[in-house]
Structure formats: C-alpha cells, structure tokens
Design a protein around this ligand. Structure first.
Ligand code: ISE
Length: 334
C-alpha cells in the first residue's frame, strides 16, 4: 500500500518537495498539489505527475485519499496548517520555521500533546547534511576534545523579497543555524547579541550574531542575504583538542588564463539535495511505521529556534545582549 502525500504550497520549496516525493520516495504517491495560485499548482502537478490539484489547504488535509502532508506554504501558515493536520490525524513534514512566534509553537505542541502522539517533523534539513553529521561525530567520539566555539556563515545571492529586513534574516534564515548548531553541540542558548553594519545602498545588510550557550561555548553566525556572489554556507567547530570545518562542495574546478575557479550555486537546493532526500525518506519511514525519526526536528526544536530568533530580534533592535528564556521541556518531547 503506497502512502498518498499532499504538498501544500507550490513555490520553490513545494515544487522541490513534490519532485522528491515523485522521484525519490519509494512507497509514496504524489496525490495532491495545493496552492492558492491554481496555475502554479497545475504546473508543479504536471511536472511531477501529481494526481490532483487544489486551492484549499484545509480541504486537502481532510481528504480521505491523503495519508500525510508536506507543508511548504508561506511561514505564517505553518502553525495553523500543522494543527489542522494533527486534528485530522495526519503526519506532517512542515518546512521551517514552525512559527516565528514561540507562543504559536507552544499552541502546536499543546495540540500534539492533546492528540497523545507526535505528528510533526520539522524541515530543518541540515540535520541530515553529512558535514554537520561528521562534526557531531567528531565531538561525540572525543576527537576534538570539549567544544569551545562554532563559527557559521550563511550567505544568499540576494533577498527573496525587496522588503526583507535584518529582523527577517534572524527569523527566516538564521533558524537553520540556531537549530543545527544546537544539535551538533548538544546544548541550549543562554544569550544572543546581534549587530548589523551599514550598507550604502537600500539592500539589507548582513546580520552578525554572537550567542553563548548554557555550557559556556560561544557561537557566531553571519547571515548575509545579499552576498551577491553565490550561495555559500560555512561552519567550523573548534574544540580544546582540534577543529573541524565544512568543505566547500564542488564537483569541478576550472583552470584557465592563469586562474583557478570553482562555481557557487545560486541557491540552497542543490547544496542540500542529499540532505532533503535523507530527511524526506526519514519522514516516509515515519509515515509508514509511526516511529519518529531519530534526528528529526520536533515541535520542541521548532519552539527552541523561535525563542532564539525572538531574542535575536530584540538584541538587534535594542542593541543589547538578550537572554534566551525558555519554558521547561515537556516530558512528551524527552
Ligand atoms: C532561506 O530562508 C531558507 O529557508 C533556505 O533553506 C536557506 O538555505 C536559505 O539560505 C535561507 O535564506
């Protein structure tokens, strides 16, 4: 019996998820593509061979021929649609962030607890990226000694929208780092500071964050949504006995006119193609067996990313080091 998947949102990520479901998930059928823009839904459905299209997310979730849902619609819809899926008893792979509001994340956690089971896997796909997996392993097997610092760079060619702000760099882009660094280091954040240099044009300038963990480590994160030259993510974990850094991934190098060069991707989809595939396969296994994925990001992880982002926006707006306060972790997510 194949599992019938609905993809809600047919933008960049929805289209990518639809392609993965159709081409890379044995045991899955791409049942419905849902998007307010019917032409866009139809295009993705035709490209990927989906059986049907819809413009109504709630009705899509309720359909009896839909077993599980991938939510890739705009950020503000993630929490309400996740709650609708929980109520319908359907497992969900929800793109990050769960919500930009920690209160709303708590409402989703409450819905899961009321249902008595976990339904949501969050799309923090970097958890499945080989570089971070190897960093975590080097820390856990003692190669690096005790962790001291983790440095992170996250650069996009340009912002997705002209009205993108420094606060959005923190709430939309940085959650990837907030989540994966927390996973690699195995600790929580205590404080965050945020700085933003000035650009001379109207584009949003980079945001630079310094975080302290509850175990006394220091984490730096640069988010540059207008880096201009390419999609570029780097990370280095420094321990007392050594360090481990992510390599730039490039299949070829061009040597010409006394110079050597490699190419950058324009966005994250090919850099993280394997991570998305692994993540979505873990989700399929969850749908088929009910076993929650071992490295999957839960609603609690979504809440933890949201509280750091909220504190980060305060730190940026008020120019002060801000504590990251959290509720006690519910037993349910232990
Ligand atoms: C964007 O916000 C994302 O969500 C992508 O996954 C990420 O890789 C990209 O760099 C972000 O800006």
């Amino acid at each position: 019996m194949t599992k019938r998947i609905a993809v809600i949102g047919a933008g960049l990520m929805g289209a990518d998820h639809a392609r993965i479901v159709a081409a890379d998930l044995p045991g899955a059928t791409l049942q419905v593509i849902c998007d307010m823009d019917q032409a866009r839904a139809r295009r993705v459905a035709d490209d990927c061979g989906a059986l049907d299209v819809s413009s109504d997310p709630e009705a899509t979730i309720a359909r009896s021929d839909v077993d599980a849902v991938i939510i890739a619609s705009p950020d503000f819809t993630h929490a309400p649609l996740s709650i609708a899926c929980i109520k319908a008893g359907k497992r969900v792979l929800c793109e990050k962030p769960l919500s930009q509001s920690s209160k709303e994340c708590q409402a989703v956690m409450a819905a899961e607890r009321a249902a008595g089971a976990r339904f949501i896997q969050l799309g923090f796909m970097r958890r499945y990226d080989q570089s971070y997996i190897e960093m975590k392993a080097a820390l856990n097997d003692g190669t690096l000694g005790r962790a001291l610092m983790m440095h992170n760079f996250h650069r996009n060619v340009e912002t997705p929208a002209a009205d993108f702000t420094g606060a959005m760099a923190i709430t939309n882009s940085a959650p990837h780092e907030f989540d994966v660094v927390r996973l690699v280091l195995g600790c929580e954040y205590a404080t965050i500071s945020a700085y933003q240099p000035k650009r001379l044009d109207a584009r949003v300038a980079p945001v630079f964050m310094v975080l302290e963990t509850t175990a006394g480590q220091v984490v730096t994160i640069e988010i540059n949504n207008n880096a201009a030259y390419g999609y570029d993510v780097r990370a280095e974990l420094v321990g007392e006995a050594g360090s481990i850094a992510m390599n730039t991934i490039a299949y070829t190098r061009t040597d010409v006119k006394l110079a050597s060069s490699t190419r950058y991707d324009a966005d994250w989809r090919s850099r993280y193609a394997e991570a998305y595939r692994r993540q979505n396969r873990a989700f399929m296994n969850f749908v088929e067996t009910g076993d929650y994925p071992a490295t999957g990001a839960t609603c609690w992880d979504g809440y933890c990313a949201a509280i750091v982002a909220e504190a980060g926006v305060t730190a940026l707006n008020e120019g002060r080091k801000t504590p990251v306060d959290r509720i006690t972790k519910p037993e349910f997510y232990a």
